[in-house]
Design a protein around this ligand. Structure first.
Ligand code: ZN
Length: 345
């Protein structure tokens, strides 16, 4: 499987996030990818391809232009205004705060952020932009260069980002950008199967009224888990998108047997849809010891996960999303790809 690495992945390295009422070090930090690269090399994988630069077009096909401009420009403006730390929201335009949006920087940040866990710092835009290019390079390998599968090894992740909102450590939605680009490159039907522990709220929202991109997510029940406000089983799509979104929220403590049963439901839906290409936002925060999640998958289980995805028998683009137990993260990710390759052969 061809692997593409975001060479700018360490440029986003924010100062901290709110967690359980305290300001703590960011769970989503460069050591995650450092450890994945180390584990891949220990498993004999040494070829990490560089991304091609496809420019802004695919980004603007999904995200609003004013939002993209905000992401690109907010940090220097923020610092020029006298702020000494990272860009962090502290007020949001909830219903009743009627004069939002306007141009004050704090008002803008609250307008575009939906959570406080995703500080923007000097390198955030560059790391995020390069991450999109890495994802698009992985898509190109599969859609145009005959590869059966490719893996985009990148951070920050993307699946929580909406058209014009960031949060959950995500700024641009790599999966949605890839899905749209796949459509624009000629795929008639695209499927996004999100296996991160957290619901892929941004991806769902972006395609919620469309039937040309089937979105599915297997995740921790949002009644107890981030992103709380989206990801329930009764969200099935709207308008012409009705029936083209499937959420499979699972209970805290879910193990591989229960997870596999959910995947089998997803697989049935995918087979009925018969997409041209499969995009898999891959988080390994389903791991038993993950510090911000509640499933109980083991390192061995990820081999099975990869094999189950291979059984779908579709060209596949894997995109790195979450996974915060930094020690075993590399072997867990490697095992998904290993299980896929073994299952595909
Ligand atoms: Zn996650």
């Amino acid at each position: 499987m061809r692997i593409y690495l975001n060479s700018d992945y360490a440029m986003h390295n924010a100062s901290g996030e709110m967690h359980q009422g305290k300001l703590v070090d960011c769970f989503e930090n460069p050591s995650r990818l450092d450890n994945i690269i180390t584990a891949f090399k220990a498993n004999g994988v040494s070829e990490f391809n560089s991304a091609e630069d496809f420019g802004m077009q695919a980004i603007l096909a999904v995200h609003d232009a004013d939002y993209v401009d905000f992401l690109q420009s907010i940090y220097p403006k923020w610092r020029a205004a006298g702020n000494t730390g990272d860009v962090i929201p502290y007020i949001w335009p909830v219903p009743g705060l009627k004069r939002a949006p306007h141009q004050n920087l704090n008002a803008q940040v609250g307008r575009y952020a939906f959570s406080s866990d995703s500080p923007i710092m000097q390198g955030t835009w560059q790391a995020t932009y390069s991450g999109v290019q890495t994802a698009l390079s992985s898509l190109k390998a599969v859609q145009q260069q005959g590869q059966n599968a490719a893996f985009c090894l990148s951070r920050p992740p993307g699946h929580h980002a909406h058209k014009a909102n960031y949060g959950g450590y995500c700024f641009l939605n790599n999966a949605a950008i890839c899905a749209q680009a796949a459509r624009d490159n000629g795929a008639a039907k695209v499927c996004v199967l999100d296996v991160d522990f957290h619901h892929g709220n941004g991806t769902q929202d972006i395609f919620y009224q469309r039937n040309d991109v089937l979105t599915l997510s297997i995740h921790g029940d949002p009644a107890h888990n981030f992103p709380y406000y989206l990801g329930f089983a009764d969200e099935i799509g709207e308008g012409s998108g009705e029936g083209f979104n499937l959420n499979l929220p699972l209970a805290d403590g879910t193990d591989m047997l229960q997870w596999t049963q959910a995947l089998q439901l997803a697989a049935k839906k995918i087979q009925d849809y018969a997409p041209d290409i499969l995009i898999v936002p891959l988080g390994v925060d389903t791991f038993a010891l993950d510090p911000i999640s509640t499933f109980t998958l083991t390192t061995e289980d990820y081999l099975t996960m990869g094999a189950l995805i291979a059984d779908l028998n579709l060209p596949c683009v894997f995109l790195m999303e979450g996974g915060y137990d930094v020690g075993p993260i590399g072997q867990n990710v490697y095992n998904v790809l290993r299980g896929f390759e073994d299952g595909a052969n």
